[in-house]
Design a binder for this molecule. Structure first.
Ligand code: AVJ
Length: 310
């Protein structure tokens, strides 16, 4: 599968890097759920505050009845506020979550079907672009698509534009996209959100090496790598890395590969871009959307934008 290919190319590159989408095996998805409950990781709580108060207003702004598409649905806990708002106006709802994690998709699908008798869940187990390629719009109903939690932040600006463009192409004019974006803020808040004192984010990051050990016969000694998170205020992103504490060679038997690390050499594992109002608006515009609404939490940390397909 793609994992083997991407690990090989990422670890043999001049600047070592691994794609962040591989965090989300069963262990990684559970660790991410835990991160969402950690006080320093404010994103989930800030967006929950917005959706608790504004979901009805958001759903009402799209028209009725609706279908929902979600990119990176995970446990779909925040989604329930929007699902509740849809069921306040219609009897049945088709919900198509796209998620790379089989475990998260299966358990959220079962839970939603148990909680909402009128829901039809058509899950798609894929990354965003492959998932979108499998969606064709059902003519009759308005679509409200969801890209919550600052999932957009993992993309480089050009990839973000391509992904929203791919989403736009499965929508019709006047369909909606609710886009969650984490906002630029002070270094201390950002770096603590990505390097929490309990070490859950460190475990989430190191799980990438553990996953290579489990699935590809890797021989990484996790204790010889250190988690690091740094805010780059010029680029506007938090970068996560795994740093080799020593000079070492690591075998990956399943790939027939030996990876050499210099002392303090790092693997870039994730970028989390932070947005401001102008950068969200220009991204929306370049992907074929206009801004139809904007909501922020009380402390101005996080924004949800309702984008309308042009
Ligand atoms: C799921 C991509 C929104 O970038 O904030 C959490 C993932 N990484 N802690 C983010 C993550 C480290 C998260 N997203």
């Amino acid at each position: 599968m793609d994992f083997a290919r991407d690990v090989r190319s990422g670890l043999t590159a001049q600047n070592k890097a691994l794609p962040s989408k591989y965090f989300y095996d069963a262990v990684g998805s559970s660790l991410f759920e835990a991160i969402c409950n950690i006080p320093e990781y404010y994103l989930t709580r800030a967006e929950t505050e917005i959706l608790t108060a504004k979901s009805q207003e958001i759903v009402d702004a799209v028209g009725t009845p609706i279908e929902m598409i979600e990119l990176g649905s995970g446990s779909a806990i925040k989604t329930r506020f929007l699902i509740d708002a849809a069921f306040a106006r219609q009897q049945r709802l088709r919900y198509r979550p796209v998620d790379i994690s089989t475990a998260a998709l299966d358990s959220s699908t079962r839970a939603l079907q148990r909680e909402y008798p009128g829901i039809i869940v058509d899950g798609i187990n894929a990354d965003y672009l492959n998932g979108l390629a499998r969606i064709s719009r059902n003519g009759a109903r308005r679509t409200l698509s969801l890209f919550l939690g600052s999932n957009i932040g993992n993309f480089e600006p050009d990839e973000a534009q391509r992904t929203l463009g791919a989403l736009r192409s499965v929508l019709e004019p006047e369909d909606g996209l609710l886009l969650g974006a984490d906002l630029r803020k002070d270094r201390e808040t950002l770096e603590r959100a990505y390097d929490d004192p309990l070490g859950v984010t460190a475990a989430f990051n190191l799980n990438l090496l553990a996953r290579i050990n489990r699935e590809l016969g890797g021989r990484f000694d996790l204790a010889s790598f250190r988690h690091e998170a740094a805010w780059d205020e010029v680029i506007g992103r938090v970068e996560m890395r795994l740093v080799s504490r020593a000079k070492q060679d690591v075998r990956i038997d399943g790939l027939g590969l030996v990876v050499h690390f210099e002392a303090w050499e790092s693997i870039h594992t994730e970028s989390s871009y932070k947005y401001d109002d102008a950068s969200v608006r220009s991204l929306a515009e370049s992907a074929g959307f206009k801004v139809g609404g904007k909501w922020v939490d009380g402390a101005n940390r996080f924004a949800d934008y309702l984008l309308i397909a042009k």
